[in-house]
Design a protein. Sequence first.
Lengths: 264, 264
Amino acid sequence: MHEPCDPQRLAETLSQIKKKYVILSGKGGVGKSTVSVNLAAALALSGKKTGLLDSDLHGPSVPKMLGIENEQLGGDDTHMIPVECYNGMLKVMSIQFLLRNLNDSVIWRGPLKHSVISQFIGYTLWGDIDYLIIDSPPGTGDEPLSVIQTAKPDGAIIVTTPQDIATFDVKKSIDFCDKLGLKITGIIENMSGFVCPHCHTETAIFGKGGGESMAEEVGAVFLGRIPIDPSFVSLSDKGHAFVDKGEKNATLQAMNAIISKITV
Amino acid sequence: MHEPCDPQRLAETLSQIKKKYVILSGKGGVGKSTVSVNLAAALALSGKKTGLLDSDLHGPSVPKMLGIENEQLGGDDTHMIPVECYNGMLKVMSIQFLLRNLNDSVIWRGPLKHSVISQFIGYTLWGDIDYLIIDSPPGTGDEPLSVIQTAKPDGAIIVTTPQDIATFDVKKSIDFCDKLGLKITGIIENMSGFVCPHCHTETAIFGKGGGESMAEEVGAVFLGRIPIDPSFVSLSDKGHAFVDKGEKNATLQAMNAIISKITV
């Protein structure tokens, strides 16, 4: 576990992946994993061979959101076999598949985390795939740094919620991308307004428009707004992607419009 | 910046602090900083000499939530002078006070982060204080580990939101505390239900009761529920603590009831 992936092996693995995107945010709980899972599931459902790497080692949410948190990893000393779903079109890798108990915590410091992320990227049998989507924990520290330096993504998709206290942290992610020379594919404003299911009046619980005005301010593409939707949360808790099982409503439309902008 | 605080100096600093609490969560965006800021502000307003350490180096939210994000740190080679508010009753320390530009990102790996957190704890002139509240970034990695090993808190206050995908990650924080021998003071369920301001009907956007049932499951004290309140968000964006400037409503009552349980 203590050595990063061999550079030649890493280069071979990466050469088989057509497009790589990392999902970033300076702020936690804004919906990075939700965006990652739904983007990857939508790609798989549309016939694209897709990999999904959960680089959050302390709070891996991706497996539970896809209902595969009890799966175990296959492989041997030389490679890891990712967990498959959507008829093998989606291959998922997460630290969760290596934990003995569901609730075990991973109490690791940075250097070990770098090695593990590098191994997850390079030693996983992704095969020839069209897309690799990489979900990242919040912040600008070890995990996103290791992902960017190791996987060399084509772009970063930045997720924020509308309130100032979120965009304040998320601007640090934009500075982070600039300093590392990573292109920003676009910015998504999640949890943008809530329409009461009883009276149909909208309340801007976390504000509204903060992500869009931040995108303008930093000169980045604004990919769109996703409203707050309780069915999104309950489907996620049941292990279903919204793009797969969600009802055909404004949230699904918003999500699909954003995905089509990313995958043009 | 590269060496942790001298152990003797650290011991002297810690000996002047009566009670220390760390605010933890395996999940981001659940309200750790909100709880930290409001708990610290409530203590200061009630006449307790309080310190508030923001140990989130990549997404420091505490200064902005108190409207002091443009302050700069005083001190010299041997000590740091924290930023004061509430008539000097609250002393705040955050990496934000060391950044040249508001939006600068801190792209540091684990070992440097450990040294900086250790220095923030040991070299800050907290003085004789009644409480030190330590806000932590999400997860079970370098920052919370450094905080716990360096400050040796009296207890952890764990914040979650109600949905399974949150409690799933937060259970890892409980495992983390158990493994490190840190007492859990209690669990707070934040963003617990939203009452529409137009029709007054409640919607459980992120579910409801998940924090309480998790507390029962792990045998921890349940400190209470805080509902979703848009005025909480907008006050935070303006740099005001809710316990200071919030209207006297159910959210304020819930927050104050939780604080009184922590500070008995």
